[in-house]
Design a protein around this ligand. Structure first.
Ligand code: PHE
Ligand code: ZN
Length: 865
């Protein structure tokens, strides 16, 4: 056994500039698993051929493996020819072509890192991306080594369902009720896409007929108790399959597509070829046990993993520096899918909000990195918002620059030319360049430079001649390296409207800013022009522009771009909070209150309730912290509360009616328009609770709702300061009704965050709850993740930081990936006032003085240099 806990002293850095191809090709891999909870035997028989002259040894990866035997062409390899260092095994003096036979033994039950083969509620499952395959057998654990895999699984009768990638070839009974099943995946793949599942599972089945008329067998495997919660994911899968055919011309390739739900999983889900493995929270849904948000997330994730079959699996990544090649593109694909089946404007607002609050934070903090990082210590730390969300924005800009038709031609070319290959971001952009004849040289900055560029916009209008000049200046990201920074190519979509009438004065125009500064002129512009700029967030930049209140009001009232409207009112909220931070007694601008009332009354807005709900929601902490730094999180929290109270009072006559008229009637439907109505109804109820007694409404909603969304809202609102008399009772009832893990997690996270009762003591108590387990990442995220990310009042204190640091250290010994993610909020100390900074840093120093995993060490060391 090798030691899985690296010493802090010598973390190895992997660099893109040092990439070298692997000197051998693997023609086929035959794996045999003899499943056993503590002693699983894995036999690998693989066929190798040298492709680089002069090489005589073979370097394989392996981690936490018990090596039983290594044979080449049937002969045991002598120990003297084997060198094992770190995570690799070197076999010396191998022939030019040979068959390798390796037997290893592993302990799935002891595997709490949830990488490689592990047990989740007694069921065997695997997670191999990025570097988990090395915990199964010795192999070149890198995505550019592709091979076809055959998997043979032997197990006791208590594991009746035995799955792997590809097609089922045989299923044979052997003695004592044991069985052997064989799966064969005809598509060559890197080992990170390998998967195996063994357990006592039930399946929900369906089928899909592809564009060429092939019938695909679809299955979702779950624990038996969850069979009644699989339908929505299956329907989503079919919608995603049809969409990928319509929009990208991509057809599914194998005859079977399986999804398996597991309760212990580090991430959301995984796109293993033909056998996607999902965190149960990202696949199981029913009206009683999933909120609207969960339904929408499930649909998006099912689609995301399915879309990877082309963007990731058929065309894969050469190395992990290319991670965004598959993730950025696939997030872009899934967000377009969601936009097409729900509301495009609302989906874009939500994505932009998430990008700005979370990715912009990452992009200005200690772990900022380019979409194509130049180096890493631990690749698991690079499954980030930058790789995923900013990566998707970069693909979106390519489409904006090319237009939809050329973009589709580019994607067709990319898929056709590189099918079956492991490629780089350069090949993807190259295909887009080729079909359009465009030079993407400057555009590559988006992949290569970290940080969020800033955009300044100045307008000069001569009301007599009508001449209007708009000047665009780009400024480097705050974290940019001044000497080497290059100007970005920024697609800026803008439009001009009249401040009073809202009439469009200059229709939507796309300006490509390639210099540091450039301007455009329009003639004959009448009226009072207001610019709607970066429409739909046409580039992931920060707009640095002090916009007069009157302009923002005009945009919020009239703009025909949903994101722009929403962005304008958000800016007004931010300005108000800024005033309150300077002087808590400063009055809120009546114009803002009037605007809110007008939007609520606007018949057109009420047609789009989800959009209105977004507009009535105040900016999140992360956004405010970014603007008012170094800030005092407690002061920002109270300023925001004060603004919320003012809006609640100012629009007091509308909340009740809005709540009543918007609550959808009839049976629950998790589709966009009903979701939008519920979202507005609940937003209104939240405001209503700030101005009057809502006990009866909450109790009624809690007891009679047809769905979890409303029931959960009633509990959540009661638990805040709205209904202290009801609070404990509804909390208990919600817990009593929590018969699934997903509902339990909603309860845990609400209990860990609600301002009134979620003290440090309460959070500690939750980690001692009988249904809490440190080994289950969903429970940890529900309590500690929610606490650190959403409970400003309790977390931003010496005791709060200590609780997080203690938890991170405890987790690091079990699951380094989860520990490294959980520590993040502490690493953002630079955004706060010195009194906060010192306490946060001292906890980080305490963490780094311990013996840490590579994962945690990389994150913490970057944060306290
Ligand atoms: N590749 C997965 C996805 O984004 C995410 C993932 C990464 C899952 C690593 C597990 C481990 O679809
Ligand atoms: Zn993905």
């Amino acid at each position: 056994m090798t030691d899985s806990r690296a010493m802090n002293a010598a973390p190895k850095t992997t660099r893109l500039a040092e990439y070298e191809g692997f000197p051998y090709a693997v023609e086929s891999v035959d794996l045999t698993f003899d499943l056993h909870p503590t002693e699983t035997r894995v036999t690998q028989i693989s066929v190798w051929k040298k492709i680089t002259a002069g090489v005589t040894s073979l370097e394989l990866n392996g981690k936490d493996l018990k090596r039983i035997s290594v044979k080449i062409d049937g002969e045991l390899v002598d120990e003297s020819r084997l060198v094992e260092i770190d995570e690799s095994l070197l076999i010396r003096q191998v022939p030019d072509a040979f068959t390798l036979e390796v037997v290893t033994q592993i302990n799935p039950e002891a595997n709490t890192a949830l990488e490689g083969l592990y047990l989740s509620n007694g069921m065997f499952c695997t997670q191999c991306e990025a570097e988990g395959f090395r915990r199964i057998t010795y192999y070149p654990d890198r995505p550019d080594v592709m091979s076809s895999f055959t998997t043979r699984i032997t197990a006791d009768p208590e594991y009746p369902v035995l799955l792997s990638n590809g097609n089922l070839i045989s299923d044979t009974k052997i003695k004592d009720g044991r069985r052997v099943v064989v799966w064969e995946d005809p598509f060559p793949k890197p080992c990170y896409l390998f998967a195996l599942v063994g357990g006592n599972l039930a399946a929900e089945r369906d089928s899909f007929v592809t564009m060429s008329g092939r019938e695909i067998d679809l299955r979702i495997y779950v624990e038996k108790k969850d069979l009644n919660r699989t339908r929505y994911a299956l329907e989503s899968l079919k919608r995603a399959m049809a969409w990928d055919e319509d929009v990208y011309g991509r057809e599914y390739d194998l005859d079977i597509f399986m999804i398996v739900a597991v309760s212990h999983f580090n991430m959301g889900a995984m796109e293993n070829k033909g056998l996607n493995i999902f965190n149960s929270s990202c696949v199981l849904a029913s009206p009683e046990a999933a909120t609207d948000q969960a339904f929408q997330r499930i649909e998006a994730i099912v689609a995301h993993e399915y879309f990877h079959n082309w963007s990731g699996n058929r065309v894969t990544c050469r190395d992990w520096f290319q991670l965004s090649l598959k993730e950025g593109f696939t997030v872009f694909r899934d967000s377009e899918f969601s936009a097409d089946i729900n509301s495009r404007a609302v989906k874009r607002i939500q994505d932009v909000n998430f990008l700005r609050s979370a990715q912009f934070t990452e992009d200005s903090g200690p772990t900022a990195h380019p979409v194509q990082p130049p180096e890493y210590q631990e690749i698991s730390n690079f499954y980030t918002l930058t790789i995923y969300e900013k990566g998707a924005e970069v693909v979106r800009m390519i489409r904006t620059l090319l237009g939809p038709e050329l973009f589709r031609r580019g994607s067709d070319l990319y898929f056709e030319r590189y099918d079956g290959q492991a490629v780089t971001i350069k090949e993807f952009v190259g295909a887009m360049a080729e079909v359009s004849g465009r030079d993407f040289g400057q555009f590559m900055c988006w992949y290569e430079q970290p940080g969020t560029p800033r955009l300044q916009v100045y307008m000069d209008h001569d009301s007599v001649t009508g001449q209007l000049t708009i000047q665009f200046d780009q400024r480097a990201p705050a974290i940019a390296e001044i000497d080497s920074h290059k100007a970005y190519l920024i697609p800026i979509s803008y439009q001009l409207i009249d401040r009073e009438s809202g009439q469009v004065l200059v229709p939507e125009t796309l300006f490509e800013l390639s210099q540091t500064s450039a301007s455009v002129t329009h003639e004959d512009v009448k009226g009072n022009p207001v610019i709607s700029v970066l429409r739909g967030l046409s580039a992931p930049v920060k707009l640095e522009m002090t916009r007069p209140v009157a302009d923002l009001i005009a945009l919020a009232r009239f703009d025909d771009d949903g994101v722009s409207r929403w962005d304008a009112i958000q800016d007004l909220y931010i300005q108000s909070i800024g005033h309150l931070l300077k002087d808590p007694d400063s009055p809120i601008d009546q114009a803002l209150i009037d605007l809110v009332c007008e939007l609520i009354r606007d018949p057109q807005m009420v047609q789009d309730p989800a959009c209105l709900a977004e507009m009535l929601t105040l900016p999140q902490d992360n956004i405010l912290w970014d603007i008012f730094q170094p800030g005092d999180p407690q002061a920002i929290l109270s300023a925001r509360k004060q603004l919320r109270q003012t809006l609640a009072d100012g629009a007091s006559k509308y909340w009740k009616i809005l709540f009543e008229t918007m609550t959808p009637e009839g049976p629950y439907q998790p589709e966009a328009s009903a979701i939008g109505r519920r979202s507005l109804a609940i937003t209104a109820l939240t405001y209503l609770a700030k101005i009057e007694q809502v006990d009866t409404i909450l109790e009624d909603l809690f007891n009679n709702a047809s769905n979890l969304t409303e029931r959960f809202a009633a509990y959540r609102i009661a638990r805040s300061d709205a209904a202290p008399h009801l609070s404990d009772a509804l909390s208990q009832k919600f817990l009593d009704g929590a018969d699934t893990d997903e509902v339990l997690d909603l309860w845990l996270s609400t209990e860990a965050t609600n301002e009134r009762t979620a003290t440090i003591e309460r959070v500690k108590e939750l980690t001692g709850h009988e249904r809490f387990a440190w080994t289950n990442p969903n429970r940890v995220r529900a309590v500690l993740g929610a606490f650190a990310n959403r409970n400003v009042k309790a977390f931003y204190s010496a005791a709060g930081y200590r609780l997080l640091a203690d938890s991170v250290l405890k987790l690091d010994a079990m699951n380094p990936q989860i520990a490294a993610r959980l520590v993040m909020p502490l690493c953002q100390w630079a955004r706060f006032e010195p009194s906060y900074q010192d306490k946060m840093k001292s906890e980080l120093r305490r963490i780094i003085s311990q013996n840490l995993s590579k994962d945690l060490f990389e994150i913490v060391s970057k944060s306290i240099d």
